[in-house]
Design a protein around this ligand. Structure first.
Ligand code: HXC
Length: 517
């Protein structure tokens, strides 16, 4: 007997009502503001016809505060699984057109169900955050809902990649779900994120501030370091999500999406020989080096605006996905400071949990000197770099281009914290401290006595550099496996990566190490 047409009509009607979200007028208003709707965001993310929605008919059960008869389509969040470039991805998208995307009990349950599903099936999670926060009518049940979401974020951390897009308001405790994820992308207009807004800050402390200063994408990308990418608009945010996913494995049990070429590049790149300037005080742009090593010069930089004295991001070398970590001589002479240590360490740990080999490019004069750095805990923060590299079991290849001084030499993935291969360019200076500083200490009296102090000093600096800071000194002691012509860098790194893809590195069993935080 054929199915009752009335039942099919009812299904179509219910589906249409749920998909209508807040209705055409609200959708039109968003479009006028240059924003996409929650459903349009998912349409942009997933390949056509691949989205399987979970919970289209979900509905709040709140009876109080006039909610009994209130219809909230999808309960304000669209959740489901679809395909991105041929691989399954789980995503939720909070719907600001329905009760301001506020998070109630059922809304939270939908996100949790999706995350559980993603964890079991081993697929990345993408969350579009656009919400007025805890749904006031659901009271503490919405707080509990947040707690359950946070707990899933934590449980899934290091199991599947988690990417948060901040597409609208994300305030108070709600900001902690994105903060617990791996990468945060925030749109330049329409989005803001803060724990206490300007009014609360003024009431509590008397300090006067603006949303722009504390909660904008610009503020988080440059100052707080809370986010990883600024997107110009919704479309750009999703383009960044796709770009990121193209480098990431679906889960921690899989390899990243390598696209191995049949042969490694053996061709020399003569331009690399000209990158390091003759004058050790002159800067060069380490991104030029990355662009010459990465396939097609493609490099997805992470946190480009924050702590720019270290550069981190993804690329491929003859198809092998790698994480680059590089000192940037153009900014603060490439020193390691509090923020660059935090940024570097977090990236290194991400690469480790998701099986991404790390290529480290070194030109570091040391840790940043200064009262603010000491008072701010550079010891604790700098230790994160050491800890992160030392605890990492993925292949690690280090190229010392120029300076590698003191503790910072060790912290930039030296042999002794577990690099599998360390090569140096002939321009490398590896020493306890810079040649100038060391000469001042070692030869103070001799310089004082000299007739032409400046000349004698310069001679001694050159002698020190040749005798103690040359890469052959370190190569002789085997801290450096080889000294290579810069032009051979890609060939050398690429060969090493291929031989290291099968790397095994087992550690003593423990719950987890206690990284200084
Ligand atoms: C219930 C909410 C809501 C909320 C917004 N709405 N926030 N409903 N609970 N938290 C509803 C509005 O009533 C309105 O409903 C619709 O969403 C759109 O809101 P508007 O105010 O008209 O929009 P707009 O002017 O754009 O302002 C957006 C806003 C503002 C800035 C987000 O709505 C706002 O300040 N909301 C309250 C934010 C808040 O204090 N949340 C709690 C934070 S505490 P109608 O029916 O007109 O469509 C928190 C704790 C989390 O989140 C703790 C985790 C541990």
């Amino acid at each position: 007997m054929p199915i009752d047409p009335g039942l099919l009509a009812q299904l179509a009607e219910r589906r249409e009502a749920a998909e209508a979200s807040g209705g055409p007028a609200r959708a039109a208003k968003r479009h006028e503001q240059g924003l996409l709707t929650a459903r349009e965001r998912l349409d942009q993310l997933f390949a056509a016809h691949t989205f399987q929605e979970f919970g289209l008919h979900a509905q709040h059960q709140t009876q109080k505060f006039g909610m009994a008869d209130k219809f909230l389509p999808t309960d304000g969040v669209i959740t489901g699984v679809g395909y991105v470039e041929g691989r399954p991805v789980a995503a939720f998208s909070q719907d600001f057109m329905v009760a301001g995307g506020s998070l109630g009990k059922v809304h939270a349950q939908k996100i949790c169900t999706l995350m559980d599903h993603a964890g079991k099936a081993g697929m990345p999670i993408v969350g579009y955050n656009d919400s007025g926060g805890a749904r006031i009518q659901d009271g503490v049940e919405s707080l509990s809902g947040y707690g359950q979401v946070f707990n899933r974020n934590i449980l899934m951390s290091g199991v599947v990649p988690q990417i948060a897009v901040i597409s609208g308001p994300c305030a108070g405790g709600a900001a902690y779900s994105p903060a617990l994820m791996d990468f945060l992308i925030m749109t330049r207009r329409g989005a803001h994120m803060f724990i206490c807004g300007p009014e609360v800050i003024r009431a509590a402390t008397g300090q006067v501030t603006t949303m722009e200063e504390i909660g904008s994408a610009e503020a988080h990308a440059r100052v707080s370091g809370n986010i990883h990418f600024i997107a110009e608009d919704d479309q750009h945010a999703t383009a960044i999500v796709r770009d990121l996913l193209s480098y990431l494995p679906s889960n921690n049990m899989s390899d990243p999406p390598h696209m191995l070429s049949d042969e490694v590049t053996l061709k020399e790149d003569i331009e690399l020989d000209n990158i390091v300037p003759g004058d050790p005080k002159q800067a060069f742009d380490v991104k030029d080096v990355i662009a010459r090593i990465a396939d097609d010069g493609r490099f997805l930089e992470i946190q480009a605006e924050f702590a720019a004295n270290i550069v981190v991001g993804f690329g491929r070398i003859d198809g092998v996905v790698v994480g680059f970590v590089a000192n940037q001589p153009m900014v603060k002479a490439g020193t390691l400071d509090i923020d660059s240590s935090d940024k570097g360490a977090r990236f290194i740990r991400f690469c480790n949990v998701f099986n991404i080999p790390i290529v480290t490019l070194v030109d570091v004069p040391g840790f940043m000197p200064g009262v603010a750095q000491e008072k701010g805990g550079i010891i604790r923060h700098g230790a994160k770099m050491l800890f992160a590299y030392g605890a990492t079991t993925v292949p690690k290849i280090t190229v010392i281009m120029r300076k590698a001084y003191g503790g910072a030499f060790i912290a930039m993935c030296s042999r002794d914290v577990g690099a599998d291969l360390v090569v140096a360019w002939p321009t490398a200076e590896i020493a306890v401290m810079g040649a100038e500083g060391a000469t001042n200490i070692l030869y103070r009296e001799e310089i004082e006595k000299a007739e032409n102090k400046a000349e004698r000093r310069a001679e001694l600096v050159a002698e020190y550099r040749a005798a103690f800071a040359s890469p052959y000194m370190s190569a002789g002691l085997t801290f450096v496996h080889d000294v290579i012509e810069p032009r051979r860098t890609k060939a050398c790194v690429s060969l090493a990566l291929r031989t290291l893809l099968s790397k095994r590195d087992s550690r003593p069993p423990k719950k987890h190490g206690n990284i200084p935080l």
